[in-house]
Design a protein around this ligand. Sequence first.
Ligand code: UDP
Length: 250
Amino acid sequence: MTQKKKLYEGKAKILYSTEEPEVLLTYYKDDATAFNAQKRGQIEGKGEVNCAIAAALFEWLESLGIPTHYIDRPAANQMRVKAVKILPVEVVVRNRAAGSLCRQTGLPEGKVLPFPLVEYYLKNDELGDPLLTGDRLMLLDIITQEQLTQIKEMALKINEHLQDFFNRCEITLVDFKLEFGLDAQNQILLADEISPDTCRLWDRRETDPQARVMDKDRFRKDLGQVESAYQQVQQRVLAQIEQWRQSVNK
Ligand code: UDP
């Protein structure tokens, strides 16, 4: 595969152009950052693990009618994706209280929310990715009302599917972050990644509040065994995907 030009290097991925203008190549890195990149490190093998998890989940979500940017995975840590214009909004969906929701509201960690909470954060490192309201999104001309309605609907549908999926993996989906992009036809596609870097995942087989953590909080909070937690997620996700493939003969 011809890697033409590095277009962008983010904290966890590098984006290259390809010979086809509508296709981009994403390279998943082992680099890990937290707290707006104030904490930096490496999680060995993370690139391959996250790429495998994200590819499997995108393919599965696509089969359920969620349009995604995913095309295929030409190498363990590489994903070919449809070129999209990423909307500068991080969409967070929460099923239980954790992280910034606890810090900002005082809700106890782990509290089951009475409904899935959908939140919008501005993708802007200088401003520290502030929490936005729907009206502020309009004010900043980031998105139309119609797109916002569609994105919220998509996020809630993705949450239903993912909750169901992770339940079958014996994992609680606490919260997660999504990014969306617009393709050449202005269609909204699910983009970026879904992985232990972008989700809070708690092992149902563990009750201890530290032992159950299977996501980037292990890195953020220096809980150790980050690599093995990510590998465990990969193993369970791929086992579920394998069952799905067999059931649909894919
Ligand atoms: N998240 C993310 N990227 C970000 C911020 C948050 O992937 O830049 C994910 C995070 O892993 C968690 C969810 O979004 O699954 C909610 O994060 P929260 O707002 O609680 O932020 P934090 O506690 O990490 O500051």
